[in-house]
Design a protein around this ligand. Structure first.
Ligand SMILES: [Zn+2]
Length: 427
């Protein structure tokens, strides 16, 4: 599951998706409509929220809240998969099959690659439910099963190639650095994530979508003008065909160094007004200009080092008690990889509110940057409402802190109306 976490990191970082939650920040009363007391921020926010019908709200709440449970079931399932490897002997069998290879690194690499494939196979029912069945139940996917499976297999191939090399490097650190392996492990993960995020837009994203320059027209001119005004070269703005996968509107900032870019999807340009597209572009420019990707890398590596340290302690404790039964000799034994993966899955599950809050805080910064850059508070509020297709619009504050990796629709509409209240005189 380590590779999954890393892939997730790369995706979360790479795609500072406009779509995620932030701590509910109720505006202190004294900041609301300070300059224009006649404009009621709360009433304007409520007006937007009430444009959602009860049926639409029930549907998006059910979809999003189902996601909370899926995180828990995902963890339980992952522990079940680890149980098959350790308790039912799949790990012993795998190690015996790879034992004939002449060199230790070959045995480690072969075990890792086969483990990743078998674990993905065992997880396949949950993957199909989560990625295909459920998305269709809620009318969020445009993919046939064949097309979905093709994409899932492409992702798996990428995961096995990168994941097995990462595992090989981590076992190298474990075998050479001893008790300090987690320090080296963090550096190795950092290297993989940096390379993955940097090459992602050039080599990985094109495996799934076609990226082209923006189509000509007034919308393009407005977007590129805002990009230039904020120091982002027009060459770094792309357009991609997300409509083959779903009707979701989205955009993202991806890449690192020379590969950094803003990508807008075709659903956004087709389904939204020019003011709404400007509002989204302002947000994405915020991620770009505020260097959110490098900052997130730093935060996440700190979390990973803490995770490795905790996993190291738990692994030692469990192997002293159950190592003989599971056929795991110690940390340097690759047969313990399923246990390491399970412990990392537990650690990343427990860290979810922290990672969500780190991401959501960046998203909120990008929201505010975008309001200032695009000056389209109503466009921004309208987009926040459209995102309710896949995100609960009005969670409780605690729910937003724990589960949301972007600000909720309510927080976003309120930010927009607060900005509007302070700029009613056109300043
Ligand atoms: Zn964003």
């Amino acid at each position: 599951m380590l590779y999954k976490l890393l892939l997730l990191l790369a995706l979360t970082l790479g795609a500072g998706r406009w779509a995620a939650p932030a701590a509910a920040q109720a505006a202190p009363a004294d900041t609301v409509a300070a300059r224009h007391p006649a404009f009621d921020v709360e009433a304007a926010t409520r007006h937007y929220l009430d444009t959602l019908t009860p049926a639409q709200k029930a549907k998006s709440d059910a979809y999003f809240e189902g996601g909370y449970w899926l995180q828990l079931w995902g963890l339980v399932y992952a522990l079940g998969v680890a149980g098959v490897f350790l308790g039912l002997g799949l790990s012993r069998w795998l190690r015996a099959r790879t034992a004939r290879l002449p060199r230790r690194w070959q045995r480690t690499w072969a075990y890792a690659a086969l483990y990743l494939l078998l674990a993905a196979g065992l997880s396949f029912p949950l993957t199909v439910y989560q990625g295909f069945v459920r998305e269709h139940q809620y009318g969020l996917s445009n993919l046939t099963f064949g097309a979905w499976l093709g994409e899932a297999l492409t992702s798996l191939a990428v995961s096995v190639v990168f994941g097995s090399l990462l595992v090989l490097a981590l076992y190298g650190a474990i075998r050479r650095a001893g008790a300090r392996w987690w320090v080296w492990g963090t550096a190795i993960v950092g290297l993989f994530v940096v390379v993955g995020v940097a090459v992602g837009p050039v080599f990985l994203s094109p495996l799934f979508n076609k990226y082209t320059p923006l189509p000509a027209g007034p919308v393009r001119e407005g977007i590129l003008s805002m990009a230039r005004a904020n120091g982002v070269p027009a060459d770094n703005v792309y357009y991609f065909d997300a409509s083959k996968q779903s009707k979701r509107i989205s955009a993202n900032v991806s890449g690192l160094g020379s590969t950094i870019r803003v990508s807008l999807n075709d659903n956004l340009l087709r389904r939204c007004t020019p003011a709404e597209v400007q509002a989204v572009m302002g947000h994405e420019l915020g991620h770009y200009v505020l260097n959110h990707i490098p900052k997130m890398l730093v935060f996440l590596l700190v979390l990973i080092s803490i995770g490795f340290w905790a996993v190291d302690g738990a692994f030692g404790w469990l192997v002293r008690r159950y190592g003989a039964r599971w056929g795991v000799a110690g940390l340097a034994d690759v047969g313990g990889l399923p246990l390491l993966a399970a412990l990392f899955a537990v650690a990343s599950f427990l860290a979810t509110p922290v990672t969500n809050t780190i991401v959501r805080t960046n998203e909120q910064e990008a929201d505010l940057f975008g309001l200032n850059a695009a000056r389209q508070p109503d466009g921004f509020a309208a987009i926040a409402m459209k995102l309710s297709e896949y995100r609960k619009i009005e969670p409780t504050p605690l729910e937003e802190i724990i589960f949301f990796d972007h600000p909720s629709g309510r927080t976003r509409v309120q930010s927009a109306m607060r900005w509007k209240a302070e700029h009613l005189d056109g300043r």
